[in-house]
Each structure stands twice: as C-alpha cells, then as structure tokens.
Design a binder for this molecule. Structure first.
Ligand code: FES
Length: 134
C-alpha cells in the first residue's frame, strides 16, 4: 500500500498525476481528481483517442467534469462516465485507492504498483529544472 498524497492537496491543485506499472512492467499514468469532498483515481487517457487529460500542467476540470483537451468530451470526475461528444457512452478505467480518515490517499489496487509522482516521462527529480526533453 503506497501513500500518494492528501485529499487537500488534490483539491488545492485541481488534480494530481502519478505513474503506476502493471505486472508486466508497463507504465500507465493515473490522475487523482476531486469528487465532492473526496477524490477518485482514473487512468489519464481519454477513451476516444488516448489523449492524455493531464499533459503535465494539471487536468482540465470544469464543474466537476474532466475535459478532454482534444475533442472536448467531458467525464464525470466521480463516476468516470462520459455522456457527450466523441467519447459518449464510455467510462474511464478506475484505479483503486483508499482514503484514510486523516485525508491521506493510498494506492490499493492489486493490479498495479506505484512507480513515481508525475507522468511517465518525468521520472527525474520533480523539482529539477535542468531536465529538458527534446
Ligand atoms: S480524444 Fe478525447 S474526445 Fe476525442
């Protein structure tokens, strides 16, 4: 069980991106997003054309909906469901998390392990500004 962040941090920052790896070592990005007073975790990839929601600057969220930056479909941040646009009638794959009473968020999904905070490509020191990808 890996400690991720806190509910307060997700609500303050709007979303919280991290990377997990599955049993084959394949990496996948996950976003924590605010849902009412808590948080939910969804794969950081639109069901339509695999567009990332959070491309490194936070996921676009409007009125409790995650907005796909490519074609604008909106996914309910609590249910992961989309009923509009190109991604209509799909639901984002969920990742299991557990929130403790003190607001700490833990990754509790048996299928994946925590790799690092941030996206797949930013596995260096998140505070480093010297990392330039071409
Ligand atoms: S890629 Fe997200 S709606 Fe098309």
């Amino acid at each position: 069980m890996e400690q991720l962040t806190t509910v307060d941090t997700v609500h303050e920052e709007g979303s919280w991106l991290f990377t997990v790896s599955d049993r084959f070592g394949d990496e996948e990005e996950v976003i924590l997003v605010p849902c009412e007073d808590g948080v939910e975790a969804w794969v950081n990839r639109c069901t339509h054309e695999s567009q990332r929601f959070d491309t490194g600057r936070g996921a676009p969220i409007r009125n409790g909906q995650i907005v796909c930056p490519r074609h604008g479909s909106m996914f309910d941040s609590c249910s992961g469901h989309c009923d509009n646009g190109e991604a209509a009638n799909t639901t984002l794959p969920a990742v299991d998390i557990t929130v403790h009473t003190d607001g700490t968020v833990f990754l509790t999904d048996d299928d994946v392990t925590f790799a690092h905070e941030g996206g797949i490509d930013d596995d260096d020191d998140p505070d480093s500004t010297s990392h330039i990808s071409l």
